[in-house]
Design a protein around this ligand. Structure first.
Ligand SMILES: [Zn+2]
Length: 424
């Protein structure tokens, strides 16, 4: 059976590449996810499934401990899910996110970031790696199994979610809608490794207020842009403290907790001392630690900068405030997925604790669903000339297909052969 499944999924490579190309052409930045979700809705329908929209309910998200604050409107925003198969077998969620981060500065790219191009075995484009190739691999796995007339004996739910890159509120909306399972695999670009642990992430903003004045009398003012130097320095000291006390899970990592100063906006006139400056930052926390405790440390740090200065500071929260998690390496999901992946590549995939966050946490922490990330080989995610190794999309899909057959059980129903129009 393995040989048949591997071949059937490999035959779907052109369809998977086409789907990635089409998805990359939809610039699914925050607030513009709908065009990508339309592509996924159609891809699910072409599998003979009935796609269902799962809307984001701002009030329900805000009331949940895992909900992240957001200053933007989520009205009308939806996840797209579709169920395949069902029966007495174990259920499974295959999840990917449709949103991508900005490709700016676009001038640094070799080509248009939203026009995917293939060079040799690599496909370039914003989101090609993170993670439109993962979404295509999910679809390719189903197509391959359907090509053989196989269908799962447990429910497989395909999910294309929004807001993985900023809040996780998309995946949380799925959990709140009762979309949980016996296991979940998120096809993030993990380079073929299984990520069974990850840090949590806090987004915060530091708003500095100084005193605007004429540049000719600059001594009478207080420059809020320049005040941010001290803020960054103090936050770097906090970051160093957090990295100095690593839990065993991250002992081998030189620098697991990263502070990122991702945005700065301040002042409004070259000849006016800047009265206001806003820093937007990202900081990580270890699994098992509480977001509230990290918030308190950030606020203490900013208070220490504020003491005795001419500036006032405020810490604001908008976006991620999520905890990390670790799934027991002995979990059946991990053993089963490692076995399936080894039957594709010839070697067992390594387990990895990620220094970034993914939606996997939401299923584990709030959905009672063991979850890992496992997916293609990509490079320069969030960077310039992001790319994915095309053979790794196929290998991901092959491992997913083998895993579906093992985990849920796979049966042949004569009348379903060719249902998706792809049986040979
Ligand atoms: Zn991602």
């Amino acid at each position: 059976m393995d040989t048949e499944i591997l071949a059937a999924v490999a035959a779907e490579q052109p369809a998977m590449v086409d789907l990635v190309r089409e998805l990359v052409a939809a610039p699914t930045l925050l607030g513009a996810e709908a065009a990508g979700q339309a592509v996924m809705r159609r891809a699910f329908a072409e599998l003979g499934l009935e796609p269902v929209d799962v809307p984001l309910d701002a009030a329900a998200l805000a009331a949940h401990p895992g909900g992240a604050p957001h200053s933007w409107d989520v009205g009308g925003k939806v996840n797209v899910v579709a169920d395949w198969g069902g029966g007495d077998g174990r259920s499974l969620i295959l999840n990917g996110h449709i949103d991508v981060v900005s490709p700016e500065p676009v001038a640094l790219w070799t080509g248009d970031p939203f026009a995917a191009r293939v060079e040799g075995d690599w496909m370039y484009g914003r989101g090609a790696g993170d993670m439109k190739s993962g979404l295509a691999a999910m679809v390719g796995a189903v197509r391959g199994l359907q090509r053989l007339g196989l269908h799962p004996q447990g429910r497989v739910q395909l999910q294309s979610v929004v807001e993985e890159e900023c809040t996780g509120n998309g995946a949380l909306a799925c959990v709140l809608a009762g979309q949980t399972a016996d296991a979940a695999i998120l096809t993030e670009p993990t380079q073929g490794a299984i990520w069974n642990a990850q840090v949590g992430v806090l987004w915060f903003q530091v708003r500095a207020l100084g005193a605007p004045a004429h540049a000719g009398e600059a001594g009478e003012g207080a420059n809020a842009i320049e005040a941010s130097y001290a803020v960054i320095e103090a936050l770097r000291a906090l970051e160093a403290e957090l990295n100095a006390s690593k839990p065993p899970l991250f002992e081998a990592y030189p620098h697991p907790i990263n502070l990122n100063v991702g945005m700065i906006r301040g002042g409004d006139w070259p000849s006016t001392v800047a009265g206001e400056c806003m820093l937007s930052c990202r900081l990580a926390l270890y699994p098992g630690e509480r977001v509230d405790d990290l918030k308190a440390r950030v606020e203490e740090t900013i208070a220490s900068v504020s003491a005795g200065s001419r500036f006032s500071f405020e810490v604001l929260y908008d976006g991620f405030q999520c905890e990390g998690y670790e799934l027991d390496p002995d979990a059946p999901l991990i053993a089963g997925l490692a076995d399936a992946a080894a039957r594709v590549s010839g070697q067992a995939p390594p387990l990895f604790a990620s220094t970034a966050t993914t939606d996997a946490r939401t299923f584990v922490l709030y959905g009672d669903t063991p979850a890992v990330s496992f997916g293609p080989l990509a490079e320069s995610e969030h960077g310039v000339d992001e790319r994915v190794f095309v053979p790794s999309i196929v290998q991901t899909a092959q491992a997913l297909a083998l895993f579906v057959a093992d985990w849920c059980g796979a049966g042949r129903a004569e009348h379903e052969v060719g249902a998706a129009g792809s049986a040979d």
